[in-house]
Design a protein around this ligand. Structure first.
Ligand code: ANZ
Ligand code: ZN
Length: 847
């Protein structure tokens, strides 16, 4: 008979609620703290499998830390502003607020039915005035500090959503939600000065050793630090100078033209009297403007007929083009081009028949350079370059800059690719930006006493544009300074604003001020932050920026919010198509014993596609609720963590979840059978063997909890289960030993499958709850296994040896090998290209 998971799960969820098991106090204690946080969800109304995996990981870590004696903060909230609520309001004639509140209730119930241990007393929803009002206060502090400003700026305009997009929301030139080709428009916009922190954001990445390397790299590239120079060129018969940014000032002698962005002030000025140029600029506004599209796409230029004066070659001038591949918001929006040594410039020069002058020659004769065919971007010595001839690139660079400085025409300069963050959105369902525009006083902050600026509820969604803007009265206000008629700002914040500080608010969601400094000191930084890799730059960079900005506004003292980051892999599933190539849901498909797939009515053939990330568009979805109903929350949780390490993608399968469920049934029977051995004395020898096995497994499992190796933990637990099953049958093992081992097994499984283990713990006669129990102590004597000597080779040469227990896993063997001083010395900081571990014998490192 199957174990009664429905009754058990409900029973324990109720007990945890009654006991307030997940409440965390802010009072000081001597225990170490652990703040475990999963990225808070958007309340779409329904959990998907990605959520189940995400929160199963976090919940398991939180429970393990607690068992280890930590005081654990594990809160949950809702990232509740955003477009879908507005869309739903239009489609279902409800209000975004009502729709959101309803969805939150539904998802909260699902969370509870999965047995996740959140401290619901700290729940927050970013769409509530109690939250966004405090956010308005933070914004005004940023404003007073000069970290928020309003300017007319070029923005990415989504012509379908009628909305401004952040650079990060433009993917391959298209809006991330609508998929529409993004246009450029000029609007008054609020921005945050994230660029004040470019250097710090970059610098402190190196201290984030608990982050995946991949994410660190992505942020590094996004910040994009470039060392180079500003150069100021004279323009003949023109009253302005041309400022360019270059990373290659040493190539000046190879310059053959200059180029400015279509929206560069000089281009705009010339366009006033040049209709053809105006038309060219207009055309550029409609093309994709991402850096990627510009560097790979077709290069287009417009000759202004202005002549730029070469700073080093007397009498030489360079034509000035307006070119589509020059970005206005990088460097100065202008460049000098050296076609011989830059791909884009080369493309352009070929197209417009401009000179290609080689100024760098490779030193090695093995490298052949045909400058007419392709730009050469490698190392070498300077040629055709007057006073720079014969110098290396690096030498020439500093000599060129010195000369420019002496001529008062240039200076060394570092630039960053990172742009200020435009936070204005022309949307209703977001946090109102708390300022008032007055004809007499300009921009006036809403006084503290008038916060929060609440969203009006009587709004119309059927017109295009911003409902706040065409609301009849909401924006009509008196100026707080002069009391004349004034207009309220109708833009709302980008929803990434809310997610940039919620993890700080969780430390004390009841505080009157936005943040409680003491509570933040107690809990921050977040010890484990768990979420999707899609947030590697967007959310995670903004959150780091906010932490620093809030520090500088005196709110907090820390600088980095997230100590360890776990980016979980995706949940994937096979895809199915019918005869007509239409996607089918898994429940519309059945598998015949022969292995082929047909439609559930058994009539039509089905083609099976490869496993892909679960998505609505491909219909390869499995509804968590149906899994909970059929197999229970514990089985669902167990399976999502069973097959692969948490940072890798994993394939959902019916067989897999059924396997997890069958295992839990075995566990259930095992404990029943252990209880039935009451009174059995057994033999010392046989009992000792089981004791050893138990503690060896306990040790390995504990180690794997420390590195989030959940799939391994589950494999070891299954192994221990099998051994205990045999020990029950083997009459020689004592009841006492079996009981001890059974309890260890229950405890190590508790973080993963809390319901069944809570029940079994009670059935073993324990009166206290397993959730309150401390982690079983490893008996070191019992846990030791045979030791072996392992030799270490680096690039095929023997460099040392070490002793380790014979059952160590690959990761620990590698770790030990790398600790050897002789090995370290030989590697000399070089990264490992490959490592081969031959169990119990040798480690081979290729560097
Ligand atoms: C002359 C030159 C010669 C350049 C050469 C490169 C190679 P990174 O490294 O990414 O920072 N550039 C400057 N401003 C630009 C803008 N607004 N839009 C597009 N390109 C721009 O790129 C810096 C280089 O990109 C600069 O160095 C400039 O071209 C170009 F053999 O200056 B270079
Ligand atoms: Zn005024």
């Amino acid at each position: 008979m199957a174990y009664p998971f429905r009754d058990i799960e409900e029973k324990w969820q109720q007990i945890w609620q009654e006991e307030n098991s997940y409440r965390t106090e802010n009072t000081k204690t001597n225990k170490p703290k652990a703040y475990i946080l999963e990225m808070f969800p958007y309340p779409s109304g329904k959990l998907h499998m990605g959520h189940v995996r995400n929160y199963s990981i976090g919940d398991t870590i939180a429970r393990f830390k607690r068992a280890q004696g930590c005081e654990v903060l594990h809160p949950m909230g809702w990232d509740a502003f955003g477009l879908p609520a507005e869309n739903a309001a239009v489609q279902n004639s409800t209000s975004p607020a009502a729709w959101t509140v309803q969805n939150i209730a539904a998802m909260k119930a699902e969370f509870k039915s999965l047995g996740f241990g959140f401290d619901w007393e700290r729940e927050l929803a970013s769409c509530m005035p109690e939250y966004y009002g405090l956010e308005q206060k933070i914004f005004l502090d940023f404003y007073k500090k000069g970290l928020a400003y309003r300017t007319e700026s070029w923005v990415n305009w989504d012509p379908v959503d009628h909305c401004v997009l952040a650079n990060e929301q433009v993917i391959n030139g298209r809006g991330w939600r609508s998929g529409a080709l993004v246009e450029k428009r000029k609007l008054m916009q609020w921005s945050l000065k994230i660029t004040n922190y470019s250097e710090e954001l970059l610098e402190e990445l190196s201290a984030l050793t608990g982050w995946p390397e991949k994410v660190v790299k992505m942020q590094e590239n996004w910040i994009g630090r470039s060392e180079g120079a500003f150069i100021q060129f004279e323009i003949n018969d023109f009253d302005e100078k041309l400022n360019v940014f270059t990373t290659r000032p040493e190539t000046l002698f190879g310059a053959s033209f200059c180029a400015i962005a279509p929206t560069h002030p000089i281009a705009e000025k010339l366009a006033n009297t040049n209709a053809k140029l105006a038309a060219f600029i207009e055309e550029c506004q409609h093309a994709p403007t991402t850096e990627e599209a510009l560097s790979t796409g077709d290069k287009k230029g417009f000759d202004t007929h202005l002549k730029v004066v070469h700073p080093f070659v007397p009498g030489k001038t360079l034509p000035l083009f307006v070119a589509n591949f020059v970005l206005m918001d990088y460097g100065t929006g202008a460049l000098f081009a050296c076609p011989a040594h830059d791909e884009r410039d080369h493309d352009f020069a070929k197209k417009y028949n401009l000179p290609i002058i080689q100024v760098v020659a490779p030193e090695s004769t093995d490298v052949s350079v045909d400058i007419t065919q392709k730009a050469y971007t490698g190392p070498g010595k300077m040629i055709n370059s007057g006073f720079l001839d014969g110098l290396s690139i690096e030498e020439a660079r500093s000599v060129a800059i010195q000369k420019l400085e002496a001529q008062d025409q240039g200076k060394k300069q570092i630039t960053y690719r990172l742009r200020d963050w435009c936070v204005s959105r022309q949307r209703y369902w977001g946090c109102p930006i708390p300022v008032i525009h007055c004809d007499h006083c300009g921009t006036v902050p809403v006084p503290d006493a008038d916060l929060p600026v609440r969203l009006p509820e009587d709004v119309e969604f059927n017109k295009t544009g911003n409902p706040l803007d065409h609301h009849p009265t909401w924006k009509q206000v008196k100026c707080p300074k002069c009391e004349n008629d004034a207009i309220r700002e109708t833009d709302t914040f980008d929803t990434f604003f809310e997610s940039s500080w919620y993890f700080l608010r969780f430390c004390d969601t009841k505080a009157i001020a936005p943040l409680n400094k003491e509570a933040v000191d107690k809990w921050m930084p977040v010890d484990w932050y768990i979420g999707g890799i899609e947030h590697a730059v967007l959310h995670l960079l903004y959150a780091r920026f906010f932490t620093k900005a809030l520090r500088d506004c005196g709110y907090i003292t820390i600088s980095e919010p997230f100590k360890n980051l776990l980016t979980q892999g995706m949940v994937c599933h096979q895809t199915y198509k019918d005869e007509n190539g239409k996607w089918l849901y898994p429940e519309e498909v059945m598998r015949l014993t022969g292995g082929q797939y047909v439609t559930v009515d058994g009539e039509k053939p089905v083609t099976v596609g490869r496993s892909e990330k679960m998505s609505k568009s491909k219909k390869n979805l499995v509804d968590p609720q149906s899994i909970i109903d059929t197999y229970g929350a514990d089985a669902a949780r167990l399976f999502t963590l069973s097959d692969t390490p948490p940072d890798r993608d994993f394939d959902w399968s019916d067989e897999g979840v059924e396997g997890a469920w069958r295992y839990l049934n075995r566990l259930w029977r095992l404990i029943e059978n252990i209880k039935a051995t009451a009174g059995r004395v057994g033999e010392a020898e046989a009992s000792l063997m089981v004791a050893k096995k138990t503690h060896q497994m306990l040790k390995k499992i504990t180690q794997n909890y420390e590195r989030n190796g959940f799939n391994k933990i589950i494999a070891f637990a299954r192994e221990l289960t099998r051994d205990l099953e045999n020990a029950v049958t083997d009459q020689a093992v004592s009841h006492q030993q079996l009981t001890h081992s059974g309890k260890v097994l229950i405890q190590v499984l508790f973080p993963l499958v809390p319901h069944i283990t809570s029940e079994l713990w009670q059935q073993m006669g324990e009166t206290a709850l397993v959730i309150e129990a401390t982690w079983p102590e490893i008996d070191v004597k019992l846990a030791t296994t045979d030791e072996v000597t392992i030799a270490v080779q680096v690039n095929g040469k023997m460099r040392g040896a070490f002793i380790i227990s014979s059952d160590s896993d690959e990761a620990s063997v590698l770790e030990e090998a790398l600790k050897l001083p002789t090995v370290q010395k030989d590697m000399n900081g070089r990264p490992i290209r490959r490592s081969i571990v031959i169990p119990n014998r040798i480690v081979n490192l290729v560097v």
